[in-house]
Write a protein that binds this ligand. Structure first.
Ligand SMILES: C[S@@+](CC[C@H](N)C(=O)[O-])C[C@H]1O[C@@H](n2cnc3c(N)ncnc32)[C@H](O)[C@@H]1O
Length: 224
């Protein structure tokens, strides 16, 4: 998969996407991630990317020209162009799965008060929000999307089943079951007996019940 990111803060991406699973996916050629500086597409002396909103109001908006030029230069026919914005549709695991099936994504990140509306109207195939709160710019949301999508690409996780048996992926909408590792008893707290029994049918039944219970107790909204 190829992912292009358009940002004013390329340096923010060094670090989070150079560690662990995502680092290995990039080294193995499973993810081709390219970070582009929006300022490279501004051509005046000061490399201006923002301007005051028509009609007044606080803050600055990203101008359309550099974004249009960058997206038009970088996108291919099959590229899905996604704006990161608090006004987008809520990003969830089902959307991460959908995006993992694409070959080519472009994540366009904002800053200041966001984008000139014509960017959304004309350039974007989709608009995603990572939650109902406002961040200073779209670099962290873009990294969230890159991470969530990349780990679903075939071959990225050591065991591809890991992504099937986890929260939001168990067939019914819901959370994962509780898990334990050694020691079987720690400070008087014992691991549930059934997990030590070796009885796979009983373990599967217990896990399904626990997943339903956790979802009911912690995220009942997922069941409605
Ligand atoms: C300060 S925010 C702009 C907020 C905008 N004025 C509004 O009220 O919706 C600047 C940029 O950060 C990114 N951003 C902030 N919060 C986000 C969120 N929850 N999800 C996705 N992107 C977000 C977007 O790219 C946005 O253009």
């Amino acid at each position: 998969m190829k992912i292009d990111v358009l940002t004013l803060f390329p340096a923010m991406f060094a670090g989070p996407l150079d560690e662990s699973i995502i680092k290995r996916a990039r080294e193995a050629g499973l993810l081709d991630l390219r970070i582009h500086n929006l300022r490279d597409y501004a051509h005046d002396r000061h490399k201006t990317v923002d301007d005051r909103p028509f009609g007044g109001g606080p803050g600055m908006l990203l101008k359309p020209e550099p974004i249009f030029e960058a997206v038009e230069a970088l996108r291919r026919e099959q590229t899905r162009v996604i704006l990161l914005s608090p006004a987008g549709r809520p990003f969830r695991q089902s959307i991460a799965r959908e995006l993992a099936g694409c070959d080519d994504l472009m994540l366009v990140t904002g800053h200041y008060e966001g984008f000139d509306e014509r960017v959304r109207e004309q350039l974007a195939d989709d608009e995603l929000s990572i939650g109902d709160y406002v961040l200073t710019n779209g670099a962290l949301p873009a990294m969230v999307v890159v991470d969530a999508v990349t780990r679903l690409l075939p071959g990225v996780l050591g065991d591809d089943d890991s992504a099937k048996e986890e929260s939001f992926s168990l067939g019914v909408p819901g959370l994962e079951y509780p898990q334990y590792t050694r020691p079987a008893e720690f400070r008087g707290m014992k691991v549930p007996e059934v997990l030590l029994s070796g009885n796979h049918a009983e373990i599967a039944k217990w896990r399904a019940e626990q997943a339903r219970r956790q979802t009911r107790e912690r995220r009942p909204d997922l069941l409605t």
